[in-house]
Structure formats: C-alpha cells, structure tokens
Design a protein around this ligand. Structure first.
Ligand code: ADP
Ligand code: ASP
Ligand code: MG
Length: 409
C-alpha cells in the first residue's frame, strides 16, 4: 500500500479523450489499497489562451495581477472537474479539490506566488473515504483567501509540495517527454535521456531554462528529500529520477546537460554616473516590483567623465514592467538612454563535475565560435556557465555545445 502523488501536465490532459486515457491508466496501474493524489494542469494551452484573453483588455494585463490570478486559476478548475468525472465514469470514487481547498497557503505576490504552508487535512480525509483526490495545480490562496498562482509551470511545485506535506512514498511527474534529457529534446535531436539527476543539477538546469520542471518544485523535492520521477504520459517506460545523489554509473559525466532560455530580454541603461549607490538604485526599484534580474554587467563608458553603462537581463514576461521601472530611475540618474533588446537567448551548460575540470568554459566558447555564434554576456556559477547570444541562433548554439560535450557514438 503506497501513497502516490501523480502530476499530469497540460499536454497530458489537452482533450477529453486524453483525460479519459489518464484516468484509465491510473486505475490500471493502481494496486489495491494504493492511495492516489492527482495534481493536474490546465488543459493544453488553456493558460496561454486565458492570458491572450486578458490581452484583449490591456496590453500589459499583468499590472492587474490579482485579477490575472482570478482568471488563470479557472484553467486548472476545468481539468480537475473533468478528470474527476472520468474516474467516476470508470467506477472509482474521486473528488476534485482546488488549491485553497487542500490548504495551499501562499504569499500575496500575485502571479508569482510562493507556497508558505500546506495543511492537507482535507486530502487525508478524502483518501480515507476511498477517493482518488484530484487537485488543481498552480494555485493556492493567500492570508486573505485571495487566489494566487505560482508562476508558469507551477503545477510541478504544487505536486512536489503536496507530496512532501503528505509524506508521500513517491511523486511522479507525467509529461510529454520521456524524462529529463541532456538538452531540450525538441531543440536537440541528439539529446539523451538521463536515468538520474541530482536535485542541485536539476535545479540549475531548471533555473537556466529547462522547462520540464519548475525550479521551485526541485527545491521542494530537495527540502522534503522526495525522489521525483519524471516520465512520459504516453509510454510506460521508466523516466528520470531526481534525487540527492547518483549511483556510480551516472557519476562519470562532467557536464550533465545544456539548457537554454529564449524568454529573456536585455536592458541597457547607458551613461550613468559611476558612483556608489547607482546599482542599488536600479536593482532595488526592480526588486520592489518583484522583478528578478539575471545576468548583470557594468562596464566603463568614459573613464574621464566617470560614466558607466549597466546591462542586465530579465524574463521576457517581466519586460514591460521592468522597462517602466527602469525608465523612471534612468530619468532621475540623467541616463543617456535605456535600450531594450528582445532577440536574445541564454545558453548554459550544467554539471557538478565541472568544478574540478579546467577547460570546460573554453570548450563551450569554442563550440559557439565554431557555429559562428557571438557571445554577448557570460556568467558563471559553481556548477554552470551561461552565455547570452542572439535569440535567432539558439538552436545552432544548443546543438553545437551538445555535440562538443556529448559527441555521437
Ligand atoms: P507539462 O505541460 O507536462 O508540464 P512542459 O511543457 O512544462 O510540460 O515541460 C515539458 C517540456 O519541457 C518538454 O516538451 C520539453 O520541450 C521541455 N524541456 C526543456 N528542457 C528539457 C530537458 N532537458 N529535458 C526534457 N524536456 C525538456
Ligand atoms: N497551467 C499552468 C501553466 O501553463 C501551470 C502548469 O501547467 O504547470 O503554466
Ligand atoms: Mg510544466
């Protein structure tokens, strides 16, 4: 008898046929006495469609963040109702519950909420009654009871957090690929499926753009020390286990994977004074608006006049808000100009093994040079190296780097 949390992403529940297929599969695989909690995303592109709808009202609907949450939480509500009906139709007791109903309490940062606490008493009660519990991912409620969503891909985090809070035996993430690959399999044909990956490497891959798992979900997995099995909805093959450490077999890789993120934008604030407090002025204003800043470069524009340029990247989704925040600060600083570049992407390599292996960075840069890709900004962490490049070259860049570190046999 096991308590299992199974999360199904949008493409897995994109149509009512697919929802029926998910329900059938879960019942087929269920051992007698197993307790099953399902966490589901909105159907197919439903979340994108809802965002599009809001664009019909305003070109930047995220400035009405609370209302965006009111809107976006409806997507998951549709899929939990339909999946629960599917279980009932197949003769199994089931109940649908929204995030707030299962006690997912969040902060009040609308559209980018973080889970503060889960009190899943209602889930336990329903499981005791023999129900399969079908929970809406991506959502919770803040201290006022207002709906809050957890950022794109947030159903992963709902699932892992719920698995942790319930002390589940396993957490399975069912998606449209067979596991975690050494690069996005949609962009890199030679990408290889990994049997296992550590929390820290997966977290770095996810932060750097590997959208298969939301970064926060991996942090949750590590916090609760719950192994996460990422696998395909459409096959029964084993996928990839995300866990604390590797078995010996998988330890030999220096680089675990190549990640890319084309949903980034570059902002350059040109001609500002090179004096204490300038960086603080810009980045504290962005932090106040809850905008994450990624790669940052400050470079001297004119030594005699002590004038500098500040260049940094933000997520594309935050660009219009970031631009209006930065414009205000730039005006106060008498900046020469604020330039925006949207055709940019970040490519990264990730691997704990690179710590003791000199020459990894030069191999990455060599691969990019060989593909005629110019590097705009470079940044590093202990277990990753990232380069900002032209967005239109991202496919060549990922493939060139992947061929360098994972040559075809
Ligand atoms: P879901 O709707 O199931 O949550 P997502 O679209 O959020 O699915 O995540 C799955 C997608 O993640 C895959 O279709 C794939 O294109 C992308 N992806 C990016 N990087 C990787 C990677 N390293 N391994 C596997 N998939 C990846
Ligand atoms: N439906 C939400 C999204 O598209 C959450 C998720 O799928 O994980 O981002
Ligand atoms: Mg996802």
């Amino acid at each position: 008898m096991a308590l299992i949390v199974k999360k199904f992403g949008g493409s897995s529940v994109a149509t009512t046929e697919k929802i029926m297929a998910v329900a059938k599969r879960v019942l087929d695989e269920k051992a007698p006495g197993d307790k099953i909690v399902m966490v589901v995303s909105a159907m197919g592109d439903a979340t994108d469609d809802l965002i599009e709808l809001a664009h019909g009202i305003d070109k930047d609907p995220y400035r009405f963040a609370r209302e965006m949450d009111m809107l976006l939480t409806t997507g998951e509500q549709v899929s939990i109702a339909l999946l629960t009906m599917a279980f009932k139709k197949l003769g199994h007791a089931a109940v649908s519950l929204t995030g707030p109903m299962v006690g997912v309490r969040t902060n009040s940062v609308h559209t980018k909420g973080r889970i503060l606490d889960i009190q899943p008493d209602r889930v336990r009660e329903e499981l005791e009654k023999g129900n399969i519990v079908v929970v809406a991912g991506f959502q919770g409620a803040d201290q006022y009871g207002d709906p809050v969503t957890l950022g794109r891909g947030g159903s992963d985090t709902s699932a892992v957090a719920l698995a942790g809070a319930l002390r589940a035996d396993t957490c399975e993430i069912f998606t449209d690929v067979e596991g975690v690959f050494s690069a996005d399999p949609r962009v890199c044909k030679g990408a290889r499926k990994m049997k296992e990956i550590t929390y820290s490497e997966m977290l770095e891959m996810a932060r750097l753009g590997a959208g298969v798992m939301q970064p926060r979900s991996v942090e949750m997995g590590q916090y609760y020390n719950i192994p996460i099995h990422v696998r395909s909805t459409f096959t029964t093959k084993p996928g990839t286990i995300i866990r604390e450490d590797y078995t010996m077999e998988e330890k030999s890789f220096v680089i675990r994977g190549v990640a890319h993120d084309d949903k980034v934008a570059k902002i350059a604030v040109l001609g500002i004074p090179n004096t204490p407090g300038i960086a603080h002025g810009i980045f504290s204003a962005l932090a106040e608006a809850n905008i994450d800043v990624d790669m940052i470069v400050q470079s001297i524009r004119n030594i005699e006049k002590n004038v500098t340029d500040m260049v940094f990247t933000v997520a594309s989704g935050d660009l219009s808000q970031a631009k209006s925040v930065v414009d205000k600060v730039a005006e106060k600083l008498n900046a020469v100009a604020v330039l925006i570049e949207e055709d940019v992407a970040k490519v990264s390599i990730v691997g704990a093994g690179m710590l003791g292996s000199p020459g990894i960075a030069s191999r990455m840069f060599g691969a990019l040079a060989g593909a005629n890709v110019n590097i705009d900004i470079i940044s590093t962490s202990e277990i990753s190296i990232s380069c900002l490049i032209k967005g239109s070259q991202v496919t060549e860049a990922v493939n060139a780097i992947h061929n360098e570190f994972f040559p075809k046999d």
